[in-house]
Design a protein around this ligand. Structure first.
Ligand code: SF4
Length: 404
């Protein structure tokens, strides 16, 4: 009997999936096998994905101890699944004040955090004139100018390393933000234009146009900025569309080499949103998609799935080839998914050790990107600090928490 993958990869011939991942043609052939063989192909794919992860990352699973700064909840977009974005009349939607951010950063330091995740709605000044005037009164011409200022102040005050998620970026945005960000991120989410059609989840979200988002990823590559991206699973896309989104990321990585991690994030329906009654992706879909990401992007890529959103047992994500759990905060909630608390880090470590894995902290910039090409001058002295693994935490974090 023909075996799954036989048409494209020839596991029966002993070849398996190459360490660098599948070619686009191989991936599309594999997709046909998945459709044809169903669960048998899924099992085969998961086994291959786990083997690829083992061969490069071993059984080490990383996470970034972070503090989440919701800089502003105003946003120019209206994504149908979002509860983060709020209108100006909502208390706390406007702008996180510098003094509050610095206070939070100092507290994060005392909790052993290294990452300052600055996440916000996209270019809200394009939608809300009152907000634009307020920014100008504060002396900032754009939200991103304020984010750049805040990032620098957080780093100077606390040593937390800024990782910024501001949405799509043009040249001016990169010029503003890159000197004060250790790394940056933008979820591709998907590569299909059909989600912009009327009544679809991104119908009123110009920033979610795949072309715009891919262009942002390319710009980051041209500028040598270590970048995080990923896909959103379960907003109505097909498995084939997920594969095409992963191939788009693969293509950009092949050209620029700056994608440091790829997040496979599951959609969760939220009350009082247009998608409140939509079905979230099943655990099987998530596991299959993680495995697909691993075999498309190869053994070396950092593949991440958020543990607080896990669709089922985390051990299945491990089997499917993840090597990272993303940012976990001992201090702040997940403002994007406030209903999903972070796991307790020690309990998570114990859970992983039962599966034969070790949980290790990391900085928002992965070690393989610690080079002058990717680290901006502001961070160089701090990152090159020692040979004893202290880079796993920020320099000031080690000083503040000697027990780490
Ligand atoms: S771009 Fe982000 S913050 Fe804005 S509406 Fe969409 S999901 Fe929400």
């Amino acid at each position: 009997m023909e075996s799954p993958g036989a048409s494209s990869l020839g596991p029966s011939k002993g070849s398996g999936i190459p360490l660098k991942g599948l070619s686009p043609e191989g991936a599309r052939e594999l997709f046909k096998d998945i459709e044809r063989f169903g669960p048998i192909a899924h099992d085969w794919l998961v086994a291959q994905a786990g083997r690829l992860r083992d061969s490069t990352h071993g059984h080490i699973i990383t996470y970034s101890p972070k503090v989440f700064f919701p800089v502003t909840k105003l946003c120019r977009n209206h994504c149908h699944y979002c509860t983060f974005a709020r209108p100006p009349k909502h208390w706390g939607a406007f702008l996180m004040q510098e003094s509050a951010a610095l206070d939070l950063a100092r507290r994060g330091l005392s909790f052993g955090c290294s990452e300052a995740l600055l996440t916000l709605g996209e270019k809200p000044e394009e939608r809300y004139p009152v907000y634009k005037r307020m920014l100008e009164d504060l002396g900032f011409r754009s939200t991103n100018a304020y984010v750049a200022h805040l990032s620098r102040r957080i780093f100077e005050e606390s040593g937390l390393y800024p990782h910024v998620n501001v949405g799509v970026m043009d040249e001016e945005d990169f010029e503003l933000l890159s000197p004060t960000s250790l790394s940056m991120g933008l979820m591709l989410e998907n590569a299909s234009e059909r989600f912009l059609s009327p009544k679809m989840p991104h119908a009123k979200s110009p920033g979610k146009a795949p072309k715009e988002r891919l262009r942002t990823l390319e710009r980051a590559g041209e500028l040598g900025i270590a970048f995080t991206t990923g896909i959103l699973v379960g907003i109505g896309e097909t498995l084939e569309e997920r594969l095409e989104a992963l191939l788009a990321i693969q293509d950009i990585q092949a050209r620029f080499g700056h994608i440091q991690e790829v997040i496979i994030q599951n959609f969760l329906p939220k009350p009082r949103t247009p998608m409140a009654k939509a079905r979230p992706p099943s655990h099987e879909e998530m596991v299959l998609t993680i495995a697909l990401a691993r075999v498309v992007l190869g053994g070396a890529m950092n593949i991440q799935a958020p543990p607080n959103l896990a669709s089922g047992p985390l051990e299945d994500y491990l089997r499917a080839g993840i090597n990272d759990l993303g940012g976990i905060s001992p201090l702040t909630q997940d403002f994007i998914n406030p209903e999903a608390p972070w796991p307790h880090i020690e309990s998570l470590g114990l859970e992983l050790s039962k599966e034969g894995f070790s949980l290790k902290p990391r900085l928002p910039l992965y070690r393989e990107f610690f080079s002058r090409a990717f680290v901006r001058p502001l961070f160089r002295a701090s990152l090159s600090m020692d040979e004893n693994g202290a880079q796993e935490y920020g320099k000031k974090t080690i000083e503040a928490c000697p027990s780490l």
